[in-house]
Design a binder for this molecule. Structure first.
Ligand code: M6R
Length: 606
């Protein structure tokens, strides 16, 4: 879950470029940061604990000279955050430096062996062994590329690695297995990173590396090898679909707020995904005996909401499952008649990728929805749909959630038509409603922003918040709760409102805040009953309901007016004020919503 960045320039100092890239990658890990360059044949390293700016204030990254270097943002997996454990990590001679994203599973075994061979291991990380394994190989007379090819065969686990060696000062070796890694091919030099956003202002050409591939970049050329047979692989660069201006904050104080307000646009792009691909995915889903919808965190919530859409529009039963549980819970049931729709914003979530590989082994149909066109999930899927929401930098998923919801809705429509559950007229009517979503989202964002600030002011000091919804908006309750707890650190619970009587109500005391998601849909009547049960026990009722719902307004302590919308569209609109409330609560508490503690944007380890 760390992020790596490597750059070698034909001319000029690399450290400012590495620092800018690291800042763009900060969403992936920010408990320590580090950089190594080669200057006049010497390896120089600066690193420290904390966010990049904090580390930079102490070490001054730009004081590093040299035209070639590697850099790292850390999200600790092995070894607490400390200067010693921060990357880059070096071998005994201090000539080889390594940065790594992933987990080396057999590091203890390798460490023991290396210590027996006289190596001094300084850090508690799983990564350092790689530097020493390469050292062993160069001692035998191998050049850097050969040494890395040999060393990596000893390593088990997942990795995106960048390695430099001061005795071969024009080369960077990159190695990939199960962690994302992209080469950037530029005019003024070459680059490599866990995410092309790091080098998008330097080149618009990239090459995604595949598992078990090793690449070497110099300022003038790149080469790719297969680790298995050490043969060279020829691969041309492809164009990057991200523009530099898409990754700036655009005047907003945080990426999260920018991304919340970008939703009218990202929803518009989602509506315009190609019908051809929708149809291609709808086909196996319509035919399969069993359909699973799989994701983690927010993407799972979109699957949960999606399951109501598939059922209501197309009469198709789908089973939403959390990715990390899927293989144990349903693995044994997979067969060629089963379809899996995997949802992952990043396309790199380890639990989701594991499901994809497993399902392929069972000859099930693997399909996916992702926001990252060149991500690993696209290579594991028979068919995939790209959300086109633009890069999401804030750790909390916002615009990619609503765009996932919209794509589920579009798929449900296609399937409904194929299964003849809706006729041409109904299909067209739905499309008319769907086309109005971006405008409705814009309206909701504008009209609820002030109220969201007031709600945040009211909620910020509470130690627990409930989120209750019914039907499809059970997913909205789950997602609103996740936003609040992950960025504002307020413990929160979410239930389907019907469940409240079965336990959660025991926690209601005078003034316990309970947020109800209560659009005018078929559960509106019952949810009123649930509100009354909480109210009569002293709970503070905060309701999101339609602006003409006088009955709900009367029983609520705080009311957020929402426009009327089709039931299946409400999750897209009702989550917007909940995202804003979580954002403003975090800001009022003095927290950085873009970088919640302990979290990374994409979780590339199991
Ligand atoms: O990239 P993915 O959609 O696969 O990520 C899944 C979760 O890690 C992600 O949604 C996470 O829960 C976010 N922090 C939610 O805001």
């Amino acid at each position: 879950m760390c992020r790596i960045f490597a750059a070698c320039l034909k001319d000029g100092k690399v450290s400012p470029i590495l620092k800018t890239g690291l800042k763009r990658l900060e969403y992936g890990g920010y408990d320590s940061a580090g950089m190594a360059t080669i200057d006049n044949g010497n390896l120089e390293i600066k690193k420290g604990v904390g966010k990049i700016d904090e580390v930079d204030r102490i070490v001054n990254f730009e004081s590093l000279n040299g035209n070639i270097g590697i850099a790292h943002n850390r999200w600790a997996t092995h070894g607490y955050p400390s200067i010693t454990n921060a990357h880059p990590l070096t071998d005994c001679t201090g000539e080889i430096a390594v940065v790594h994203n992933g987990v080396i599973e057999n590091f203890l075994e390798l460490k023991e062996e290396l210590i027996k061979n006289g190596h001094e291991i300084k850090s508690r990380t799983d990564t350092e062994v790689v530097a020493h394994l390469v050292e062993e190989e160069v001692k035998k007379g191998n050049d850097l590329v050969k040494a890395c090819l040999k060393a990596i065969k000893r390593v088990e686990g997942s990795y995106a690695l960048a390695i430099i060696y001061s005795k071969e000062p024009d080369k960077i070796v990159l190695i990939r297995k199960e962690s994302p890694l992209y080469l950037g091919i530029g005019k003024d030099g070459n680059f490599a990173s866990s995410d092309p956003v790091a080098f998008v202002d330097k080149t618009n050409l990239m090459i995604p590396l595949e598992d078990y591939e090793l690449a070497v970049i110099t300022p003038y050329y790149y080469k790719i090898y297969s680790i298995k047979d050490e043969k060279e692989i020829l691969r041309n660069p492809v164009e990057i679909d991200i523009k530099p201006q898409m990754i700036e904050k655009g005047g907003y104080p945080h990426y999260m707020l920018k991304e919340i307000f970008e939703q009218p646009i990202s929803l518009y792009y989602a509506i315009n995904v190609q019908r051809l691909y929708l149809n291609a995915i709808a086909e196996p889903m319509s035919r399969s005996k069993v359909n699973f919808l799989i994701g983690a965190g927010t993407s799972y919530h979109s699957c949960l909401a999606g399951s109501y859409m598939y059922s209501k529009i197309s009469g198709l039963a789908t089973i939403p499952v959390v990715a990390s549980e899927f293989i144990q819970q349903y693995g044994n049931t997979l067969d060629p008649d089963t379809s899996l729709l995997l949802v992952s914003q990043s396309g790199e979530t380890a639990d989701v990728l594991k499901v994809a590989s497993y399902a392929r082994m069972k000859a099930s149909t693997v399909m996916s929805i992702t926001n990252v066109v060149s991500s690993t999930i696209t290579r594991l899927s028979r068919l995939y749909l790209v959300q086109q929401a633009g890069p999401e930098i804030g750790v909390a998923a916002t615009k990619t959630y609503t765009s996932q919801l919209l794509i589920h809705l579009l798929l449900a429509l296609e399937i409904g038509k194929k299964r003849e559950k809706i006729n041409e007229n109904e299909y067209n009517e739905y499309y008319t409603k769907i086309r109005s979503i971006p405008k409705a989202a814009e309206f909701v964002l504008k009209s609820t922003d002030q109220k969201a600030k007031q709600a945040a002011e009211m909620l910020k000091d509470y130690t627990h918040i409930f989120y209750l919804g019914r039907g499809i908006n059970t997913a909205t309750a789950f997602e609103g709760r996740l936003k609040m707890l992950e960025i504002a650190y307020i413990p929160s619970s979410a239930f389907s409102a019907g469940e409240s009587k079965h336990g959660p109500i025991a926690l209601i005391e005078k003034n316990t805040p309970v947020i109800f998601i209560a659009p005018k849909d078929e559960s509106r009547k019952v949810i009123l009953g649930n509100i009354m049960e909480i109210k009569s026990r002293g709970g503070k009722i905060i309701t999101l309901g339609t602006n003409d719902d006088r009955e709900l307004k009367e029983v609520s302590d705080f009311y957020i007016d929402m426009p009327e919308a089709d039931e299946l569209i409400t999750p897209i609109l009702y989550i917007l004020p909940l995202q804003l409330i979580a954002y403003y609560t975090a800001v009022l508490k003095g927290l950085d919503p873009d970088k919640p503690r302990n979290l990374a944007k994409s979780v590339t380890v199991e």
